[in-house]
Design a protein around this ligand. Structure first.
Ligand code: DQA
Length: 160
């Protein structure tokens, strides 16, 4: 049977619109535009498995609106970097909790090696898992994990 191609939304929260230019010592010099190029060059098999959609917003409400529309459109999976909302936004956590789209939370930096307030995530409890500390590669590893988890669920459903 042909492997399913999944619709996956990649979401970036506040202050992640200028990746590659913002605090490059912490977040690196590679921007989101490089993600598709890295996938194409080094991970074509993974790229083949997904229909990617990208979204970035600085406002919490806009992100929640986009997540609700992903739920309406039956988006299969998500890779999310909520930025600072990770540590502060109960509203975003509530949304992720009810829409129940499987997602991996990603961070460019290792949030557990940073200041105390960044070491807690309100959103991660709803995630399949968290990838942090690998710069732009966190998104690639997160995407691979989303696809693997969706495949595993499909296999279980087929076996039942
Ligand atoms: C971040 C970590 C957050 O603490 C910070 O507010 C960000 C980026 C990361 O990707 O490392 O904006 O999510």
């Amino acid at each position: 049977m042909a492997l399913e191609k999944y619709s996956v939304l990649v979401v970036n929260g506040p202050n992640l619109g200028y990746l590659g230019q913002r605090d490059t010592g912490v977040y690196g010099t590679r921007g989101m535009d490089e993600l598709s190029a890295i996938l194409k060059k080094d991970h074509p098999g993974l790229l083949d498995r997904v229909e990617l959609d990208f979204f970035q917003a600085n406002g919490e409400g806009r992100i929640i609106d986009r997540l609700e529309s992903a739920w309406q459109n039956k988006t299969r999976g998500m890779v999310i970097n909520p930025g600072a909302l990770t540590h502060t936004s109960l509203a975003l956590a509530d949304c992720l909790g009810w829409i129940k789209i499987p997602f991996v939370e990603v961070h460019l930096s290792n949030i557990w090696s940073r200041d105390r307030i960044r070491q807690q995530s309100l959103t991660a409890r709803h995630a399949l898992g968290v990838v942090a500390g690998f710069g732009i590669m966190s998104y690639i590893y997160g995407l691979q994990a989303v696809v693997d988890c969706l495949d595993a669920n499909n296999t279980i459903a087929e076996d039942e």
